[in-house]
Design a binder for this molecule. Structure first.
Ligand code: NAG
Ligand code: NAG
Length: 359
């Protein structure tokens, strides 16, 4: 394994395997959930944060780049919009929770669940039989439903849309699962294989849901909030509208706001101060156009900064099993969106004029 591979491996292993400090609604869960839920609460937290981290990766070079935590999804936060982007947050969070719990299950972290051995020994197809440890998604799915769906306590169309997107996220876990096999037979002849179903990398789940985000459908329906007494009617109307939509597709109700501008009441940061990428042919087209997308399209300019970056380098693998790295300092040029000078000057001039008039 070369130093680069090692570094990549270290970075990749971070998702879904890290400690988190965010206090994501644990308290909610601890207060409302049955005692048994305590067992799963920390995994749920890790999973939700893992979803947000993946969201940040997927939207790194877009105007909107994900909330800091799922806290912002909370019903009690006032951020109850159902846009194309919140549909993604719901899906990836529900998926992250299901994913983490499923991993926990396979690793034997919980007493009451383990690998899915229901088909072991059965013939799966030509030349292979079921064996090994198939990831068992049933528990993760159930717990994800109980924890994540519980955040939707309304009976209005927004709640229904959010629940639909949570479900689409969980289905993404199943849709991206892959069969993995191992060869058997005389001296590796591979005359017979044992196979099992395993979760894809969470990155693949992210890619899959990003594609669904691109194809998300806007739902046209009566957006009146549920009034007391007519929740049954409401549910009926919602169910009718939903009948035509596949469970795997993301849906939304409202057009996206302008992500260029900061809007505190919507919890949006705007793109001022965001980093963008320039030059470098090795980057994707999408990345190379990030300055245009984040800065120019938002009426901002690009400023250049020289920044000293300290990183691990020359990593060596020592048998067995430590990785020793050196610290390397490098000066790199980074680009950021900044307000136009003219804009600010005009702004100041206007302020001065106002002050002069007041005196
Ligand atoms: C489940 O997995 C996550 C991430 O790998 C880990 O942080 C958590 O402690 C695990 N839960 C249990 C109960 O072991
Ligand atoms: C923030 O968004 C709300 C809702 O769309 C809008 O009414 C308000 O004018 C926006 N504020 C700013 C500063 O753009």
């Amino acid at each position: 394994m070369g130093p680069l591979d090692l570094h990549t491996a270290m970075v990749l292993s971070m998702c879904c395997h890290f400690q988190l400090t965010s206090a994501w609604t644990v308290n909610n869960f601890l207060m409302t959930g049955p005692k048994a839920f305590l067992t799963y609460a920390s995994s749920v937290q890790v999973g939700a944060q893992c979803g947000i981290q993946e969201c940040k990766h997927q939207f790194a070079w877009e105007k909107w780049n994900c909330p800091e935590s799922t806290l912002q999804l909370s019903t009690h936060n006032g951020l109850r919009s159902a846009t194309r982007e919140t549909s993604f947050v719901h899906a990836i969070s529900a998926a992250g929770v299901m994913y983490t719990l499923t991993k926990n299950c396979s690793m034997g972290d919980f007493d009451n669940c383990g690998c899915d051995d229901s088909r072991i020994g059965q013939t799966g197809g030509k030349g292979w039989i079921w064996g090994g440890c198939s990831d068992n998604v049933a528990l993760g799915e159930k717990i994800s439903k109980q924890f994540v769906d519980a955040l939707e306590d309304g009976h209005d169309s927004r709640a229904a849309v959010n629940l639909h997107n949570n479900e689409a996220g969980r289905l993404a876990i199943k849709a991206t699962m892959r069969r993995a096999c191992k060869c058997h037979g005389v001296s590796g002849s591979c005359s017979i294989q044992t196979c099992w179903m395993q979760l894809a990398d969470f990155r693949d789940v992210g890619n899959y849901l990003k594609m669904k985000h691109g194809h998300a459908k806007k739902l046209e329906m009566d957006k009146k909030p549920a009034r007391a007494g007519n929740t049954a009617d409401n549910r009926g109307a919602i169910a009718h509208t939903f009948r035509s939509i596949a469970r795997t597709e993301l849906i939304y109700l409202e057009d996206s706001p302008d992500y260029c501008v900061k809007n505190q009441s919507l919890g949006l940061q705007g793109t001022e101060g965001r980093e963008c990428l320039k030059g470098d042919k090795s980057r994707s087209q999408w990345e190379r156009k990030s300055c245009r997308r984040l800065c120019y399209e938002c009426g901002l300019r690009v400023v250049q900064k020289r920044i000293e970056v300290v990183s691990s380098c020359n990593c060596k693998f020592h048998w067995c099993c430590t990785v020793k790295c050196e610290k390397c300092t490098q000066v790199v040029t980074k680009y950021y969106c900044a307000r136009k000078e003219g804009g600010r000057k005009q702004h100041n001039k206007a302020k001065r004029r106002l002050r002069a008039r007041q005196q």
